[in-house]
Ligand binder design. Structure first.
Ligand SMILES: Cc1cc2nc3c(=O)[nH]c(=O)nc-3n(C[C@H](O)[C@H](O)[C@H](O)COP(=O)(O)OP(=O)(O)OC[C@H]3O[C@@H](n4cnc5c(N)ncnc54)[C@H](O)[C@@H]3O)c2cc1C
Length: 674
């Protein structure tokens, strides 16, 4: 198995020598556009091409005129169409009829993000979460019995983890699965309203089975034994869709978006399932009720189980990226055609994209979309290698989980902000449902919450930075873990900061000059600014954490008091990693026109981030106020230089015209011949 350098998505691909400064792009050609598209296509570019040929816009784009029930019915039909194609098979083992090409499966899923996002989420819940849980938490008997019917959609399922009382804190859920040795069954029970499963995609209408996460309980000599959260397969409905005895399914009703998904609430009144329904890869119960697990530490077991489900998080990041690129394509196409006001003394009205503000609103977001797309491609490749390796590499798995969390956070927040900006950038036209932006906005909004709330996920990323996952499988709020974190921090940070990655060596190669001599267009200088910031924020956090280990200190208070710092450290880290992915992609590109464009775009992405955080760079002596002001000028210049290439950069996304589905997104007329 090939693993990448720790904490870097690109590892060895980072060049030893970066281009000096970004040359101004020449005129773009069709070769350039093709090269951009190939560059963004990544390792599974062929899967993207196949999706472009096969996904039919008429059948798969959302129809805003439908009622809630009609939307659900339409998405159910679309699911059948997807099942008939073999796009879903990649995510499943060969023994169960899959192809075990997990990278292909996540890439195909990402392409669905250009269509109806309800379909994306419904497919993600059934094949990704439900099928993924059976694959990764179950064993041979579950694979044999259920996976073929899951792949074919004969057995529609859902993933019931969240409860009304506990969402982010999954370890505290209240549903119980108690083993009854007399009947060799588990009894699934919802003890109170807070323990009701909530928001569950597919639960209101279509799912016939659920993977239910519950606290596993067995009989002990004197008192019940608690083994923590485990997943069990629980039938919900019969062939005709009627709920089974003891199961109550309620409908969450209309939502802000994603109304083609039937989210619901599930309660179980002492529902009995066979003992073999336990997904028993990480914990099993025998006929006598004896519990065994290959992982003794319950905390570590819990996080190992959750970790196997990382694909869902990576898929959400991919879907968010696709939706954002669709929104940008619509807004930029419109900005190339729409004119408002004429300059004094001129009859010709000004095209929106010729306004500096309009460039500022859309082009940095375009640059960041490229950056995140490269980071996503690297992440998917890393996931594929980790998950298809013959031997489990626990360290690589932890690295993957932390990076997946970080990229998901940046990609989904970027989606939320960018789609809103695109909506506004199209004025009133952006508000009309026919132009898709309202649905894109409403449907992607919750991506920041599901598959892990972004704020909570950033804490997970920071925890990975502060401690080695090898030793620390605790949740951030637990007293013991915090003490552990506090004790470990000094050592791990020292180790981390001395173990330089290849990218860091590139940064080290950057000449250290006085601030007024630094060339901010120099790639190593840009990377050093990001790396310095990451290191500084992390070291500051480590110092604060050390206080938690002092006698008399309350670790919770210390940790809670540093939460803003925790999030900052995680963000600085992931932003550095994403920038490195972009730098590596620029280096890999061989077509001169595309390479120059990507280099300029990469500069815009990095400098725009530095401009946003310039208060930090000034406060910490990394940039003088004068130097910081110059960043604004450089961002403006990059926008101006990229403006003539905006249409080609959008074409580089490779979104077929028919998939945009917005009347305002028609291509600008070619200039009339002189
Ligand atoms: C449309 C939709 C579909 C969904 N589909 C599914 C599904 O199919 N299956 C499933 O199991 N679940 C599903 N979910 C549930 C989803 O995963 C949860 O909503 C999510 O995990 C957040 O949990 P919560 O809603 O309880 O929010 P909470 O955990 O209560 O969080 C609320 C706020 O508190 C903040 N917060 C929480 N803890 C901390 C902390 N330690 N420090 C600082 N801030 C904190 C969060 O940042 C957040 O802003 C779905 C949700 C939605 C809305």
């Amino acid at each position: 198995m090939t693993t990448t350098t720790p904490r870097s998505l690109v590892g060895a691909d980072v060049p030893a020598q970066a281009p000096p400064s970004t040359p101004e792009p020449a005129m773009t050609t069709s070769e350039t556009v093709a090269a951009l598209r190939a560059s963004l296509g990544g390792r599974w570019a062929h899967v993207r091409e196949r999706a472009r040929e096969e996904f039919d816009a008429d059948a798969l784009l959302p129809d805003p005129s439908l009622t809630l029930e009609e939307q659900r019915a339409r998405v159910a039909e679309q699911m059948q169409m997807l099942a008939a194609s073999d796009h879903a098979r990649g995510g499943f083992p060969v023994s169960a009829g899959g192809t075990n090409d997990v990278g292909a499966s996540v890439t195909a899923f990402e392409m669905l993000g250009h269509t109806d996002l309800s379909l994306l989420v419904k497919a993600g819940v059934h094949w990704g979460l439900f099928g993924g849980a059976v694959t990764n938490l179950g064993t041979e008997r579950h694979h044999r019995e259920y996976l073929p019917r899951i792949i074919s959609l004969e057995l529609p399922g859902c993933f019931a983890m969240t409860e009304t009382g506990h969402g982010s804190d999954v370890q505290s859920i209240g549903t119980t699965a108690t083993y009854d040795p007399d009947t060799d069954e588990f009894v699934i029970n919802t003890p109170d309203v807070a323990s009701r499963k909530d928001y569950i995609g597919g639960a209101a209408r279509d799912a016939r089975m659920a993977v239910v996460f519950a606290q596993l309980v067995t009989d002990g000599a004197d008192e019940p034994q608690h083994h923590g959260v485990h997943g069990l397969l629980v039938p919900l409905r019969d062939e005709r869709g009627a709920t089974l005895l003891g199961v109550t399914a309620e409908d969450c009703g209309p939502k802000m978006g994603l109304n083609g998904v039937d989210n619901g609430r599930l309660s179980f009144d002492h529902v009995r399932v066979p003992r073999t329904s336990l997904l028993n890869r990480y914990g099993d119960v025998d006929e006598r009720g004896t519990y065994t697990s290959p992982i003794d530490n319950p905390n570590r077991r819990f996080f190992t189980m959750l970790g196997t489900l990382v694909r869902g998080r990576i898929s959400v990041a991919g879907g968010a990226g696709a939706a954002t690129r669709t929104a940008l394509a619509i807004a930029l196409r419109y900005a190339e055609r729409r004119t408002q006001f004429a300059a004094p003394g001129s009859d010709a009205e000004v095209t929106l994209l010729d306004y500096r503000t309009h460039q500022r609103r859309l082009l940095p977001a375009l640059a960041t979309s490229y950056a995140l797309a490269y980071a996503q491609n690297d992440l998917v490749a890393m996931m594929h290698d980790v998950q298809t390796a013959e031997k489990v590499d626990e360290v690589a798995q932890r690295e993957l989980e932390a990076l997946a969390a970080g990229v998901k956070v940046l990609a989904t927040w970027h989606a939320t902000r960018t789609i809103q900006e695109c909506r506004e950038a199209c004025g009133g036209a952006g508000y009309l449902a026919e132009n898709r932006l309202p649905a894109l906005k409403a449907d992607t909004d919750v991506f920041t919450t599901f598959e892990g709330d972004n704020t909570v996920l950033l804490q997970l990323v920071a925890k990975g930075l502060l401690t080695s996952y090898r030793d620390a499988f605790g949740d951030l709020t637990s007293f013991g873990t915090m003490r552990f974190v506090a004790r470990q921090v000094a050592a791990t940070v020292a180790e981390r900061t001395s173990a330089r990655t290849l990218a860091m060596r590139l940064v080290d190669a950057a000449p250290r000059r006085r601030d007024d001599e630094v060339d901010l267009l120099d790639r190593p200088v840009q990377l050093r600014l990001l790396a310095d910031r990451e290191q500084h924020v992390l070291e500051g956090l480590a110092r604060r954490m050390r206080a938690a280990a002092r006698p008399g200190a309350d670790p919770f208070d210390v940790f809670n008091g540093a939460q803003d710092h925790v999030l900052e450290a995680a963000r600085a880290h992931v932003e550095r990693v994403v920038a490195e992915s972009f730098v590596a992609a620029v280096e890999r590109c061989t077509e001169p026109g595309a390479k120059a464009l990507l280099a300029q775009l990469c500069t815009l992405h990095v400098l725009h981030g530095i401009e946003r955080d310039r208060a930090w760079y000034i406060e910490h002596g990394r940039l003088t106020p004068a130097r910081s002001k110059s960043v604004t000028g450089l961002v403006n210049a990059a926008c101006e230089q990229l403006r003539p290439h905006a249409a080609q950069l959008v074409d580089g996304f490779g979104i077929p015209d028919s998939w945009l589905g917005a009347p305002i997104a028609v291509r600008p007329c070619p200039p009339s011949p002189p």
